[in-house]
Design a protein. Structure first.
Length: 376
């Protein structure tokens, strides 16, 4: 449902280049004002295409895009309240820092003193006060990044689009810039739409993440939603490390895998439906074999500084990755213990729309249930 808080809305948007298969396939979503969004997905999944459609660099082949409730399919880029920070920053090497940031304001023919005060303010926002006269070529990667951001925010856009802006930076600087960008978004209070294929970056920075694959949104939600309740194998695999095994739903809250049945908190499946089970490595506790819910034999063990990364095989042959602060011994039998809440049950290849429809159907027939359950 759209409301005044919605700044961008995609309604059944499809994008094709020439007559080829769609790059984006019937994509619908809403973006709320003042939040930090991340489009996350592997290379070629359509992230940049979504940004270009929002920026107005291209039109959808089908469907509608709304900005503040107005359809903007045909509105040109320069008439949208949107600015983009590109991966390569696209700064002008022959202009100094001040003139790079001032560029758009000069095109708008603003007065010199207005330009000066706006540029100064933008540079202050990105912690580059005093760098006005520096040449771009004399700036480091991280500083260039901030000039590019200042150049975008000086236009006071309602939305800032950031296309993999940290990918050229080394790991340490990248982490620093993640904090800076997040902080900047909070201070400015405008909507950021950030593109990355780095799941850790997405989890660390975002209010909301859209996980994309092959031109469609697989799942959207807060970082915790997506990490804790991945909707399908693609999302589970893409976000964090997971153990994924095949099982069968016996009835609501009872699932069978690795030759045993377990209590879980998921419902809404057909009886005996084949499902996939995901358990995060940090949710598995290593115990004595007789105390675990599963018995497994240790195959390999790596020390990772804060924990051991153990790979073990259960009696049915499933592989389990365990993160444990305790050390194991290769070839010994261990027990694996886990809570019912740690078992996430998924239907293979379910889209978010199918998931919503199933929840709706399930909750309609189950209205009297008082207990809160995870309906998968
Ligand atoms: N102008 C174009 N003409 C034809 N195909 C294109 C064009 N631009 C992009 N594509 C194709 O569209 C698909 C999606 O591209 P897009 O740039 O949106 O992906 P992405 O998720 O941003 O990937 P990356 O992380 O590699 O930048 C890719 O398969 C790409 O080859």
């Amino acid at each position: 449902m759209s409301d005044n808080n919605t700044i961008i809305r995609f309604e059944h948007v499809t994008k094709r280049y020439d007559n080829d298969a769609p790059i984006l396939n019937d994509v619908s979503f809403e973006i709320e004002r003042g939040k930090f969004y991340t489009l996350l997905g592997p290379s070629g999944c359509g992230k940049t295409t979504i940004l270009r459609l929002i920026a107005g660099f291209m039109e959808p082949s089908e469907g509608s895009i709304y900005f503040n409730g107005k359809r903007i399919n045909q509105v040109p880029a320069n008439r949208r309240q949107v600015n983009t920070v590109f991966q390569d920053y696209a700064l002008f090497p022959h202009l100094n820092v001040f003139e790079n940031v001032a560029f758009g304001l000069r095109i708008k023919k603003l007065k010199n003193d207005v330009i000066t005060s706006k540029v100064r303010e933008a540079l202050r926002f990105v912690n580059l006060e005093g760098y006005e006269n520096r040449e771009i070529t004399e700036m480091s990667g991280g500083q260039r990044q901030r000039v590019a951001i200042a150049r975008a925010i000086v236009n006071e856009p309602e939305i800032l689009l950031l296309d993999e802006p940290l990918s050229a930076l080394d790991l340490k600087l990248r982490t620093e810039m993640q904090y800076e960008l997040r902080e900047l978004q909070r201070r400015l209070g405008i909507t950021f739409i950030f593109v990355t294929h780095d799941q850790e970056e997405a989890l660390a920075m975002s209010d909301e993440i859209f996980v994309l694959n092959k031109g469609s949104i697989q799942q959207s939600g807060t970082p915790t939603d997506i990490y804790d309740e991945p909707i399908n194998r693609f999302v589970a695999d893409f976000i964090g490390e997971s153990n994924i095994v095949v099982g069968r739903m016996k009835e609501d809250y009872v699932v069978e895998f690795a030759g045993r049945t377990f209590e879980c908190v998921d419902g809404g499946f057909n009886r005996d439906e084949q499902v996939e089970i995901i358990i995060r490595p940090e949710d598995l506790e290593m115990t004595k074999p007789e105390n675990g819910k599963l018995k497994a034999r240790v195959d390999t063990q790596l020390f990772r500084g804060v924990h051991y990364e153990i790979i073990a095989y259960d009696e049915a042959g499933n592989e389990w990755l365990v993160h444990s602060t305790k050390k194991a011994t290769v070839d010994e039998w261990i027990g694996l213990d886990f809570d019912p809440e740690a078992i996430h049950v998924m239907r293979f290849n379910e889209t978010e729309e199918e998931f919503d429809r199933r929840i709706e159907a399930y909750t309609e027939t189950d209205e009297d249930e008082e207990e809160v359950v995870h309906v998968r």
